[in-house]
Design a protein around this ligand. Structure first.
Ligand code: UD1
Length: 427
């Protein structure tokens, strides 16, 4: 199994190209199921999750063709075509490994009138039910049954009649599934208290390019008037705001000076304001965000919440950064109940963190020391990379497959900016 070795202490400087957004890619890919015409996605990040999603779509009858994949390029172009949907089932073995597989439910239901998708079960960051996905689809007229660990959804003849649903809790995935189901409904579907994450906007823009009628894009109320059919489109995946935020933290924790090239500043306001509050200089020029850290970081009080507030996907990285701040920070995780699995690993590197329920108090220490560590999820793994970049001595981050799910060529990008980081393979 691969590991990442970091010899910490180097100050990061230089340009870091930002890849296409993983979470956007994972909701744009299943849109291929909504039309029999080709869908071309540009700037798709080269990530294990994108490959796995492609394989799932292949099993459902979607052909996938990758173009222009020169090894030196970031991202790639994929053309997908679902001339005919040949299967409407996402089996347990696939959904278990990649939760985002649940996002085929809405499009399969819309296009084929039925879908059978394994219940995903829990994961490393919490219980993560899918009740809201199902309730929204039911509100639009779907018939939902749960048997033997599978959800079976079907639509009446002639498609989903439409309806209204108000989310009791903001859910990114449930909003995505509901929108993808609604675009081919025979009536109008209304979603209130919908998620407004930039990835949802990206999804709605692609669907609009495919001929869908969606009003209220970017707001928490979406009104979707179903169309009898959608057509193909070519679309560029938005830049990854979490990758950009993670590398901004890498600059901050190493006292560095980096340019995040291709980032969308509007998607990152909460993260950039938090960095500024910590004493980090953030400059923006067109699609380049320059992050410069000259001084010791100031402590912060942060609470995660749905967009446009501070994202839960940046909590672990900020925690790593704040382990070296000048004072005590307070982080509150309001989205997932179990998202502090990185705390004991950071503690092994010398961090002083105490957790009480959903709140973590991070008392800044003078320095971190390298150690062998491992994490149970993607963003937690990134927090250990960040700690390793600032620690004295060598840090060995195990379970690299988590990072490969979400950071395109991480060690290559960081070493180009001056980090002493390499991947080693036991095999
Ligand atoms: C997506 C992102 C993930 C991010 C999260 C929150 C992808 C592939 N993943 O995950 O990186 O951390 O948004 O920004 O885009 N909930 C329910 N019932 C449901 C659905 C969700 O109770 O049916 C709860 C969840 O347990 C959680 C909260 O709602 O407490 C938000 O989850 P949600 O926004 O759905 O996250 P995901 O879409 O799974």
């Amino acid at each position: 199994m691969d590991r990442i070795l970091i010899r910490g202490g180097n100050r990061l400087a230089g340009r870091l190209p930002i890849s296409g957004a993983k979470n956007s890619a994972l909701t744009l890919l299943p849109c291929a199921l909504l039309t029999d015409e080709p869908l071309t996605l540009r700037n798709l990040p080269r990530l294990a999750d994108v490959d796995s999603f492609g394989h799932l779509l292949n099993q459902l009858g979607v052909s996938t063709m990758i173009e222009g994949a020169r090894p030196e390029d970031f991202g790639r172009v994929m053309t997908l075509r679902a001339g005919r949907v040949t299967s409407t089932e996402a089996p347990y073995d696939i959904v278990r490994k990649m939760r985002a597989s649940i996002l085929v439910l809405g499009p399969l239901l819309a296009r084929a009138g039925q879908a059978t998708v394994s219940l995903p079960g829990g994961c490393a960051i919490g219980n993560r039910p899918i009740d809201l996905h199902l309730k929204a689809l039911e509100a639009f007229g779907a018939i939902i049954e749960i048997t033997a660990g599978y959800v079976r959804a079907s639509a009446p003849d002639g498609g989903l009649p439409g309806g209204s649903f108000t989310f009791p809790v903001v859910s990114v995935g449930a909003t995505e599934n509901a929108v993808m189901a609604a675009v081919l409904a025979s009536g109008t579907c209304v979603l209130e208290n919908a998620a407004r994450e930039p990835e949802i906007v990206d999804l709605c823009k692609l669907l609009t390019a495919m001929g869908a009628d969606i009003q209220g894009i970017g707001s928490d109320k979406l009104v979707i008037t179903g169309k009898p059919r959608l057509h193909g489109a070519t679309y560029r995946v938005m830049p990854d705001r979490i990758e950009a935020g993670s590398y901004a933290c890498a600059a901050a924790i190493t006292g560095g000076d980096v340019e995040l090239v291709g980032a969308h500043v509007d998607d990152m306001q909460a993260v950039l304001s938090a960095l500024r509050e910590a004493g980090v200089e953030v400059g923006v020029e067109r699609d380049i965000i320059r992050v410069t850290a000259h001084q010791k970081l100031r402590p912060l009080t942060i609470s995660t919440a749905p967009f446009p507030a501070f994202p839960t996907d940046m909590q672990a990285q900020f925690m790593a950064m704040l382990t070296l701040a000048d004072g005590a920070s307070v982080l509150t995780e309001t989205i997932f109940e179990n998202r502090y699995m990185h705390v004991p690993e950071l503690a092994r590197m010398g961090a002083d963190i105490s957790v009480n329920g959903r709140t973590a108090v991070v008392r800044g220490v003078a320095g971190l020391t390298g150690a062998p560590v491992m994490a149970t999820d993607l963003r937690a793994s990134m927090s250990l990379i960040l700690a390793g970049l600032a620690a004295t001595g060598e840090t060995q981050v195990n379970r690299v497959y988590h990072l490969d799910r979400g950071y395109e060529r991480l060690e290559e990008k960081l070493s180009a900016a001056g980090a002493d980081i390499e991947r080693v393979s036991d095999g």
